[in-house]
Design a binder for this molecule. Structure first.
Ligand code: ADP
Ligand code: ADP
Ligand code: MG
Length: 464
């Protein structure tokens, strides 16, 4: 193993997760932190910590010069980017590589090709993987956008080429809507990603979001089966599971094989996810994007397969071949993850930073909580609202939902509002129980007062 010391260029729960994987491999860790994050759990758990600047992300976690200086000062020989921030930024990867350090992810060239959503569509098509009908490249003028939309048929989605986290996406039903919404999408993408490039896809009606986890070592690649992430709010995942209830064996095998083929085509190194939309009415799959990094929801796959994906990505990026063959990877039972955000579900999910009071994590077989909380911790208001993830694993999906409901009732997070009441309500919903939902289901349920009904009176076990 060539890596001795990893600089963690991220924060929050994923920083804690990476530190634990590094420790399990005997690798030491350097945690960077902004001035607002001096008290965060990862700073306490890492072997060393380096302050990289003021609270705003652009001055700290997105500040490439500060990160490179911290890497040099600490003598780190590798950088783990986590998710978000600079994890899919090819310019950052080039700087890391130029400094002679290992980037724990794919090469800068692979990120340019697969991290850009338009380029990734083209790579998928070239590998024979179906994409959603849409534009062949970025489209700049409103006339071009209209022409593509008319060719693929309304409704269409206007999407940001650099997009992520559900931002820079708009749905348009007709030409008038396109004229109004395209400039909004461009502006949002420009503000969020510094890149206003757009493309257009046909909007698939009520699809399921299904994704495949892969890891490659630059030569070979394997998959770790699929996840379903159809329960979304504002195109952001809320509840994720492995495997997908709606797939039969043959379809699942074909999907996973297509993901491995695409990963091999680009000689992929590191952990990655290929995201697809599945149209149940036609049983068609469409590739939508590749995330060239570890994802928030990787633990469901870890629970399903028993593989430490973060450790494996560190190993292969350190130059080792994959430690597993495809035949070594088996899926057992069913796993579900819910995202616990510091948000008030009864107030349109308004962010709710604050100081953590009493804090208790549920224990038991098949129950895991990845988080960065402790009693007395003050959550800074500058970053996203994810506090942690509760993950359960059981023999069947039904048993997993039961276990999730029980585990949720035993989480105690005093001092802030969280999305736990939403998750408790979801575990009781007949559609969620039956697994009959799609990517618009949750928004429709919220709009029709599903949560308000479920919250009054407050569910037993909610401590807030
Ligand atoms: P996942 O695909 O792992 O579910 P998300 O899409 O929810 O991940 O994004 C994970 C985190 O990274 C979120 O905080 C999101 O806001 C952020 N993020 C995702 N893509 C980008 C990007 N291109 N630029 C900046 N932040 C991003
Ligand atoms: P991001 O990079 O922000 O994660 P994605 O391209 O992965 O963006 O899309 C996020 C979500 O938006 C998807 O999970 C899905 O719910 C919805 N979506 C994206 N493209 C389409 C499409 N062409 N038709 C219908 N829904 C879509
Ligand atoms: Mg996505």
């Amino acid at each position: 193993m060539s890596i001795q010391k990893i600089l963690i260029a991220n924060r929050g729960e994923i920083a804690v997760r990476i530190i634990r994987a590094a420790k399990s491999l005997g690798i030491s860790t350097v945690q960077v932190y902004s001035e607002a994050d001096a008290d965060m759990l990862a700073v306490r758990e890492a072997d060393e910590a380096v302050c990289i600047g003021p609270a705003p992300a652009k001055d700290s976690y997105l500040n490439i010069d500060a990160l490179m200086a911290a890497a040099e000062k600490s003598g780190a020989d590798a950088v783990h980017p986590g998710y978000g921030f600079l994890s899919e930024n090819a310019a950052f990867v080039r700087r890391v590589e130029a400094a002679g350090l290992i980037f724990i992810g794919p090469s800068a060239d692979t990120i340019s090709r697969m991290g850009d959503k338009v380029a990734a569509r083209q790579a998928a098509e070239a590998a024979g993987v179906p994409v959603v009908p849409g534009s062949n490249g970025r489209i700049d003028t409103i006339e071009e956008i209209i022409a593509v939309a008319e060719a693929v048929g309304f409704p269409v989605m206007i999407k940001a080429a650099a997009g992520g986290g559900g931002r820079g996406i708009r749905v348009a039903d007709d030409v008038a809507a396109l004229r109004k919404l395209a400039p909004q999408a461009r502006q949002e993408a420009e503000a969020a990603f510094g890149d206003g490039g757009l493309y257009v896809e046909r909007a698939i009606l009520a699809p399921r979001h299904i994704e495949v986890q892969i890891i490659g070592d630059g030569v070979d690649a394997v998959h770790f089966f699929e996840r379903e992430c159809s329960l979304q709010r504002r195109r952001q995942k809320v509840w994720e599971e492995a495997g997908a209830v709606c797939l039969d064996h043959a379809t699942r095998d074909a999907l996973c094989a297509s993901a491995v083929a695409l990963a091999k085509t680009v000689a992929y190194r590191g952990a990655g996810t290929l995201e697809y939309l599945y149209d149940e009415s036609t049983q068609e799959f469409f590739f939508i994007e590749m995330n060239t990094r570890i994802q928030v929801e990787h633990p469901v796959t870890e629970m399903l397969t028993g593989v430490d994906l973060v450790a494996e990505m560190i190993r292969v990026c350190g130059g080792a071949p994959l430690s597993l063959t495809q035949a070594d990877i088996t899926a057992t039972g069913h796993a579900i993850e819910v995202r616990i955000n510091a948000e008030d579900p009864s107030m349109q999910f308004m962010p709710f930073p604050g100081k953590i009071g009493r804090f208790e994590v549920p224990q038991g077989p098949g129950v895991r909580m990845d988080h960065f909380l402790y009693e007395g911790y003050q959550i800074p208001p500058f970053y996203d609202s994810l506090l942690g993830k509760l993950i359960v694993h059981a023999e069947t999906r039904d048993a997993a939902v039961d276990k999730l409901a029980d585990a949720l009732s035993r989480v105690v997070i005093e001092g802030v509002k969280t999305t736990i009441p939403l998750h408790i309500a979801l575990t009781r919903d007949p559609d969620v129980r039956a697994g009959t939902f799609h990517t618009q289901w949750l928004e429709t349920w919220l709009d029709s007062g599903g949560l308000t009904r479920a919250l009054s009176p407050m569910p037993k076990g909610d401590t807030q």
